[in-house]
Structure formats: structure tokens, C-alpha cells
Design a protein around this ligand. Structure first.
Ligand code: PEP
Length: 258
């Protein structure tokens, strides 16, 4: 049985003091919730403060990105060693905003994934199609290519530490979420790709999150689906109330049927 995971991607929002206020409210709202993995991914500048704030709580910390080298003359970049050192257990890699605005390719994502695993970080690897690709019926082809190339060469042990986030690009920050049926179809397909590349045991272990305009009022129907193991939440993770409601819904679902 896979534990549901709710991760908040704060993107380029929140100063340190704003981040402390947000995480303290989340902490208070989730302190009695167990059985759901909770991750917050603040901007780099707030990681140190967040690491102290979430100490001795069930909230884990993730970074939103990292560079694919341990150290070196890479002005402005942050290494996996550094995010591990500051207290991160997770790192989001290959988010569509990085693929789109910063031209990250599957090869670049793959290098980051491999290095993150070397530092015992759990990569949350984002894949998903654009609206144009969906309209051209290329969703599965795009998702398969991103899956194969971003996760190339991983051993079974490494794959067991991966979290995949299916994030249709047309649903991110747009208020248009994929329907539970649309999302489940792709999640099921991704799970089959894991069976084909590894085996059924690995495919049953790997969590596949849905991301794209997840809100308190749509998260329940999404997470009820058998292959949707939680959510990567952008906008709704910036308000404590909505993020807590999504986590509470995940808890209710996992207590009832998963
Ligand atoms: C995201 O940033 O990964 C995301 C899914 O954003 P939103 O929930 O705002 O669509």
C-alpha cells in the first residue's frame, strides 16, 4: 500500500518571515494528522529557516531544483550536497517551468536525478504534456519519452526512491485541472511503463502524484483514483488553509480505502 504524499511547491513566493508564518500555520493545522507524507518546498532562501521550523514535526522539506554537480565554479547554482546539508529530503526536478523557461532537457533532468539519488535525496520528477500535445493525441508519447529519458539508467533500488509527478502543463497555474479520469488514465499508463522497465513490485512501490490546479474541492476525487498517490500543489500550497484542507482530505481517503 502506498502512503499518500502531499507536496507544496511554493515556487518564487515568500520572504523568510512570510515563509515562517505560513509553515507555522501549516504545522498547527496538521499536527494531529498522521499517515500522510507532507512536504513543503520553499524557495532556497527560506530553506534554512524552514528546516528549523519543521524540526520534530512530520513535515519534510524539499528543494525546488538543484544543479547537476557536487561543487564547482557554477555561479548562482545550488548543489545536492548543499540542499541535503540544509535539511532537505526531497527535491523537485524537471518541473515544467524549468523545462519551459530554463530549457531543461530530459538529459539534464536525468543527470540531476542520478546525482540527487547519490545524496540520498528523493527526487520528485515532473513529467507531462502541453495542451498542444494533448490536442494532437500525443500525451502518452510525450509522457513515455520524458519517463524513459529523465529516469534513464536507474537501478531497481534507485527507482524505489523516485516519486513521479504527472503534471499536465495546461493544468499548471491555470485553474483547469485534469479530470480524475484523464489523470488516472495517464497515471495507469505511467505505472505500466514502470512494469515494462522494471517489474510489478517496483511499479507498486513508486508513488505517482498528480499536479495541476489541485485545490481542496477537486483533490478528493483525484486521490480516490487507484493510481493517484497524492498531489504536487502549487497555488493552493501558498495558503495554509487550503494546503491543510488538501492534507486532511488525503488523510480521510487513506483511512477509508487506500
Ligand atoms: C506546480 O507548481 O507544480 C503546480 C501544480 O501548480 P498549481 O497547483 O498552481 O497548478
Amino acid at each position: 500500500m502506498r502512503k499518500l504524499l502531499i507536496a507544496g511547491n511554493w515556487k518564487m513566493y515568500k520572504t523568510i518571515s512570510e515563509a515562517i508564518t505560513l509553515v507555522n500555520t501549516i504545522k498547527a493545522g496538521v499536527h494531529s494528522i498522521n499517515g500522510v507524507d507532507i512536504v513543503v518546498c520553499p524557495p532556497f532562501t527560506a530553506l534554512d529557516a524552514m528546516s528549523k521550523s519543521v524540526e520534530r514535526t512530520s513535515i519534510e522539506l524539499g528543494a525546488q531544483n538543484m544543479y547537476s554537480a557536487t561543487e564547482g565554479a557554477y555561479t548562482g547554482e545550488i548543489s545536492p550536497q548543499m540542499i541535503k546539508d540544509i535539511g532537505c529530503r526531497y527535491v523537485i526536478l524537471g518541473h515544467s517551468e524549468r523545462r519551459g523557461y530554463f530549457k531543461e532537457t530530459d538529459d539534464m533532468v536525468n543527470k540531476k536525478v542520478c546525482l540527487a539519488l547519490d545524496y540520498n535525496l528523493n527526487p520528485i520528477v515532473c513529467i507531462g504534456e502541453t495542451l498542444e500535445q494533448r490536442e494532437q493525441s500525443k500525451t502518452k508519447e510525450v509522457v513515455r519519452t520524458q519517463f524513459e529519458n529523465s529516469l534513464k539508467g536507474l537501478t531497481v533500488d534507485q527507482m524505489n526512491n523516485i516519486i513521479i509527478a504527472y503534471e499536465p502543463v495546461w493544468a499548471i497555474g491555470t485553474g483547469k485541472n485534469a479530470t480524475p479520469q484523464q489523470a488516472e488514465e495517464v497515471h495507469k499508463y505511467i505505472r505500466q511503463l514502470i512494469v515494462n522497465t522494471y517489474d510489478r513490485t517496483v511499479s507498486e512501490n513508486v508513488r505517482i502524484l498528480y499536479g495541476g490546479s489541485v485545490k481542496p474541492d477537486n483533490c478528493g476525487d483525484l486521490m480516490q483514483k487507484g493510481n493517484i498517490d497524492g498531489a504536487l500543489v502549487g497555488g493552493a500550497s501558498l495558503k495554509a488553509e487550503s494546503f491543510i484542507q488538501i492534507i486532511a482530505k488525503a488523510k480521510e481517503i487513506s483511512d477509508n480505502n487506500k
